[in-house]
Design a protein around this ligand. Structure first.
Ligand code: BDR
Ligand code: CA
Length: 316
């Protein structure tokens, strides 16, 4: 069994990824930690509680903070054109979810406690800003050696970003946090735009899941509809399943081709939030990549198989 903490900013593709984790038979979802990103922390946390209730998810929800890792950094605006003002495609939903309790701990403390309770076993799948993870290792660096792996949806290495030509949203929203996570001595697998942008669930596939999967899938399809409209301007008639790609890596790593090398994040200037991996050639020292641990960056993916696995897991 894979023991997973899901660090997320729901978010439409986050919602699909959450249902994938909940339903995959080899995944034990230990907790959901929220981060700002696709909407404010209040909104993403409300959305996590809403999805927990609607989908009968047992895992607790712990709320993240409302500032970046470097609190002096101005917050990036929420991408309302992508996920809607309410972060879930502007479906009708309550302002607050009062009948589902939040875990009393801040997200970073939940991560620390859960890792310490399961040494060597926890896999963290982080599909929003890396703020909670950076805070967790800053507060308790010993957990770095106790985590099995961190799988991140974020960054872009040989393609443009999606917020600026240089930067992908999850990294651009908190570059200092991402740099802290990527340069820590633990195993990080980065599943970025290089592979996620190719991985599309078509509108027809989504409608088919809704038709066969009952109210839970009908809800997901309703949430996803405006997201499909948005992505249909860029790809075929469907949605890019960014966050599900990172979740699929946990159970089917053979569907990805990885490239090793240390990774740094540009913090400031016109390339703020750009992710750069050191290639294997030699450079003149000193460089900011020296003495940093090698991480793994996904450069290839089998998109059809990834989407099939997502669909088969959502509706067996
Ligand atoms: C990432 O940004 C968010 O909008 C998505 O949920 C995904 O995690 C893609 O750049
Ligand atoms: Ca996300």
């Amino acid at each position: 069994m894979h023991k997973v903490i899901f660090d997320t900013d729901p978010g439409i593709d986050d919602a699909m990824a959450l249902l994938f984790l909940e339903r995959h038979p080899e995944i034990d979802l230990l907790g959901i930690t929220t981060v700002f990103g696709n909407a404010s922390i209040e909104t993403t946390t409300r959305n996590a509680l809403f999805l927990k209730r609607e989908w009968n998810i047992k895992a607790p929800v712990a709320k993240g903070g409302d500032v970046t890792y470097d609190a002096a950094r101005p917050m990036a605006p929420w991408p309302v054109v992508v996920h809607g003002v309410n972060g879930l495609g502007d479906i009708d939903m309550p302002e607050t979810i009062d009948d589902v309790p939040l875990d009393p701990r801040p997200a970073f403390q939940f991560i620390i406690d859960t890792v310490r309770a399961n040494p060597g076993e926890v896999e963290i799948v982080a599909v929003g800003r890396m703020t909670n993870l950076a805070l967790a290792i800053a507060h308790d660096p010993e957990i770095i050696g106790m985590v099995k792996q961190v799988v991140v949806m974020g960054g872009s290495f040989e393609k443009n970003g999606n917020v600026t030509p240089a930067a992908e949203a999850n990294i651009h929203g908190d570059p200092e946090a991402a740099d802290a996570v990527f340069t820590a001595p633990w195993k990080v697998v980065i599943v970025g735009l290089d592979v996620t942008i190719q991985t599309v669930m078509t509108r027809t596939q989504m409608h088919d899941l809704a038709a066969r999967g009952g109210p839970h899938l009908e809800l997901l399809a309703k949430i996803s509809d405006p997201y499909i409209d948005f992505y249909s301007q860029q790809v075929e008639d469907g949605m890019v399943v960014h966050d599900s790609c990172a979740c699929v890596y946990v159970v089917a790593p053979e569907l990805f081709g990885l490239r090793p090398g240390s990774v740094r994040v540009v913090c400031g200037g016109i390339a703020d939030g750009q992710t750069i991996q050191k290639p294997s050639q030699q450079f003149f020292p000193p460089s900011p990549w020296d003495d940093k641990p090698d991480q793994q960056v996904a450069m290839t993916i089998e998109p059809v198989k990834v989407v099939d696995l997502v669909a088969k897991t959502l509706v067996p």
